[in-house]
Each structure stands twice: as C-alpha cells, then as structure tokens.
Design a protein around this ligand. Structure first.
Ligand code: CAA
Length: 294
C-alpha cells in the first residue's frame, strides 16, 4: 500500500487547504480530523446551530487530547482556529479539495454540488462522502465531472481507519490520487473502489445486518445478539452498530442495495428498518434506536 500511496502522492494535488460542506456528525468529524492532522479546513453549513455543534464537538475532542497529554494547549488552540465555520462559500476559491457531507439524498447532493462548482476553481477536487449513491448518478448535473470523486468516511471519523475512494466513469485519475493523498494525510487507509451501489463496505455490511434482522424475527433477543458478537471479538454488535450509523442512513443504504441487487435485499429486512424510522427510532442521533441514550 505504501508504494501505491506514494504514486498517488506524486500524481495528485497536495491538499494544503480543504473545505467541508455540512457540519453534522460526518462533516464535523472530517473537518476535525483534517485540522488535527495539519490541513486547515473551512466548514460550511446552512444552519448556525449545526455549525456551533460541529465546532463544539471539535473543541471537546481537542480538550480530551490535551487532558490525555497528547497535545499542548497552544497546539490544540491552533488546531481549533484552523477550522473556520461559515455559512457561505467565502474562500473556497483557494481550497484544493472540498468534501461534501450533506444529507444522503440524491437531489440535495446534486443541487449543492452544482452550486459549489461556481465557488471553486477548475481542478479543485470535489469529493462526496456518500455512503452508497453512485458517483455517476450524483455527477449528472456537474460541468466538471472529472474533478468529482467519492470519499466515503466511516463513523466515528476520527477513529475509523478506512476511507473508500470511488472513481466514477468521468473522474480523472488525478482527482482519485488527490483524494487518496488527502485521506493518507488525515492518517487514514484509503482504498480505491468501483462505482457500484454500496461500494465495498456496505455490500458486505448489509447482508450481515439482514441476517441480524432475520434472527430477531426468528425470536432472538437483540441485546443477546449484541453481547454474542462482542464476545466473538467484534467491537460492537449489529443492533448497537445500527444505532451508531443511524436507522435513517441504514434504511437509505438498504434502498440503494435493494435497487442494485434486488435478490439480496428481502422485504422483511427493509420493512423492519423502515418501521424503526417511522417510529423515529433513529439511534444515537436522537436518543433512541434499539437502545435509549441520555
Ligand atoms: N469521536 C472521536 N473519538 C472517539 C469517538 C468519537 N465519536 N468514539 C470513540 N473514540 C475514541 C476514544 O476517544 C478512544 O480513543 P483513545 O484510545 O485515544 O482514548 C478510542 O476511540 C476507543 O474508544 P473507547 O475505548 O471508548 O470505545 P471502543 O473500544 O468501543 O471503541 C469504536 C470505539 C472505535 C467506535 C469501536 O466501538 C468501533 O470500532 N466500532 C465500530 C464502528 C463502525 O463499524 N463504524 C462504521 C459504521 S458503517 C458506516 O459508518 C458507513 C455507512 O455507510 C453506513
């Protein structure tokens, strides 16, 4: 991998300044990780309260690093200052890469990205943190699809190593290399994957979650399944994992997998997750999923 990463570093554009669209769990995590690893970042959201939350979360993580003796206070202050919260796209013409992390909705992503193209220079890489939408589909309204690539981070971004870099039909090799280089600079382990529904991780994860739903439908207790999978050595069981990911996100991934590979997505699994969404049991993000959160 080291050799491969070196080649990408040679062929890509060094990301000295970055930007993130969306200050939610994913966008905020990406901005924090970028700044922590030395790449200053502009963080845009359309809502001031969400920006405040994103900045506060970065502050919380930095305070923890200081408390653990991993960062000096002055360094933590400098990192915090290198995350610039904003409600518009001022300064985006000076960034090398923008990661879009807005809601996982095709039309919203298309609209936001088409507008973004006017704020950045040609050659600036625009990356979407989509978890399963195809890059070619999102790229449809873009004037410069060669600059557009997928960069799929995992939650929680500061600790999850993997990043899926997705090359669409029109994505240039240089854009892929830039995305790989930026992920490596963030301390991540990027892999380049094909532009198919669910990419690599969600194609593997979905059948696992489906098997869990089937087990519960067969009468298994979800907490017992979680405990069993933890004892098996996985960091968390399938119910808790869905609470971390968010049932709304999981349901959307299920829809994309169902459209791409209908035979692999039985109705019972989709309906079970949709019932959780209908009951507003989204998971950790709103305090109740399989489990309850204070
Ligand atoms: N932000 C920043 N740091 C965090 C964090 C967060 N949200 N959560 C945990 N950490 C850090 C902790 O501070 C701790 O760091 P130190 O060791 O430096 O102190 C470290 O992670 C370990 O934390 P804990 O000991 O508290 O907890 P843990 O051992 O249970 O590990 C975990 C936490 C790494 C999140 C682990 O539970 C895990 O790997 N879970 C699996 C998560 C996963 O699979 N995510 C992918 C979901 S799929 C998805 O996102 C994609 C999609 O398309 C739907």
């Amino acid at each position: 991998l080291k050799k491969l990463y070196k080649r990408h570093a040679r062929e890509g554009r060094p990301v000295k300044q970055a930007a993130v669209l969306g200050a939610g769990i994913m966008g905020g995590g990406i901005a924090y990780t970028s700044a922590l690893r030395g790449t200053p970042v502009r963080m845009k959201d359309i809502a001031q309260p969400q920006l405040d939350l994103g900045i506060a979360e970065a502050g919380k993580q930095l305070a923890k690093q200081v408390k653990n003796g991993r960062l000096a206070q002055a360094k933590a202050d400098a990192i915090q200052a290198s995350i610039v919260p904003q409600l518009d796209e001022t300064g985006f013409d000076a960034v090398d890469c923008v990661v879009e992390a807005v809601v996982e909705n095709l039309e919203v992503k298309r609209k936001v990205l088409a507008a973004l193209e006017h704020s950045v220079k040609p050659g600036t890489v625009i990356a979407s943190n989509t978890s399963s939408l195809r890059i070619d589909d999102i790229a449809q309204p873009l004037a410069r699809p060669q600059d557009f690539v997928g960069m799929h981070f995992f939650n929680p971004v500061p600790v999850m190593q993997l990043v899926e870099v997705i090359q669409g039909t029109k994505t240039s090799d240089a854009a892929v290399s830039t995305a790989v280089g930026y992920a490596v600079a963030m301390g991540k382990t990027p892999i380049v994957v094909k532009d198919c529904p669910g990419f690599l991780v969600n194609r593997i994860l979905t059948p696992y979650i489906n098997a869990f739903v089937q087990l519960v439908a067969d009468g298994a207790d979800f907490e017992a399944v979680d405990r069993a999978m933890e004892a098996f050595g996985w960091p968390m069981g399938p119910a808790y994992l869905q609470d971390v990911v968010g049932m709304d996100v999981g349901s959307h991934v299920g829809d994309v997998i169902a459209a791409g590979y209908p035979q692999r997505m039985p109705a019972i699994e989709r309906n079970a997750v949709k019932a959780m969404v209908a009951a507003q049991r989204y998971g950790q993000k709103n305090g109740a999923g399989f489990y309850r959160y204070e």
